[in-house]
Design a protein around this ligand. Structure first.
Ligand code: SAM
Length: 210
């Protein structure tokens, strides 16, 4: 590498220092906590929780909603477990990803990962905030809502309140673990001990007459 190329690399690193710093932080976090999260998605243990939640939801009418799709791993999992004609709507605002990809690259990555289910499995991607999704779909009666967006207490509390307001019988979410105390606090406050735990996936089932 010539001196000019080296200087140009250093210049690029200085220009993009913020996403590079965030990328490094994420990378170190995931390297040091391989049992807690699979690069921002769920672990194999957590998958059993999603399977259970989708099974419970199959007793009810209505779409399945996912809040926070990231790259579509859980969206694909839910799509593979649900009935083919059950609508699934994944809500994603592209505000975070572990690799610090710019918004447009994140959007394209997720759409391409989800291509098959978007075209063949009654699945849609709502590109926007959870709040906007609920306000533009006020009459929706979901059979299941899976919450996996920001994990701070206030955000999870709001996500749970919005889910409860729909009358949804199966409300579930991710990252019920000591590294996300806000999730534990918000879930306990909303549902007490009336939650099932599978790894870090929590499920609250409130039977609904159909
Ligand atoms: C932990 S990741 C989701 C992981 C994904 N469920 C999986 O396991 O593969 C959280 C995602 O929620 C998205 N997000 C955060 N706040 C959101 C909001 N208010 N509305 C929609 N998406 C949001 C972020 O952009 C990020 O992609």
């Amino acid at each position: 590498m010539s001196l000019i190329e080296k200087l140009s690399t250093v210049k690029s690193m200085i220009t993009h220092r913020r996403p590079i710093r965030d990328l490094l932080r994420s990378y170190l976090f995931f390297l040091e906590n391989p049992d807690k999260s699979a690069w921002g998605s769920i672990t194999e243990e957590d998958e059993k929780g999603i399977e259970k939640a989708v099974k419970l939801a199959s007793n009810y009418h209505g779409p399945i909603i996912e809040i926070g799709a990231l790259f579509g791993h859980t969206t694909n999992l839910i799509a593979s477990l649900k009935g083919k004609d059950v609508p699934l709507i994944a809500v994603e605002n592209f505000s975070w990803n572990p690799f610090s990809l710019p918004v447009e690259a994140h959007r394209q990555f997720t759409r391409r990962t989800l291509r098959y289910v978007l075209e063949n499995c009654s699945t849609q991607l709502f590109e926007g905030n959870a709040e906007d999704f609920y306000s533009s779909n006020a009459s929706l009666k979901p059979s299941m809502i899976f919450i996996d967006a920001w994990h701070e207490y206030d955000s999870v509390k709001k996500d749970i309140e919005r889910a409860v307001a729909t009358g949804c019988p199966v409300i579930s979410g991710h990252d019920y673990t000591e590294i996300h105390p806000g999730v534990i606090m918000a879930v306990k406050e909303a549902f007490g001990d009336r939650v099932l735990l599978y790894g870090s996936v929590w499920i609250h089932h409130n039977e609904r007459d159909e």
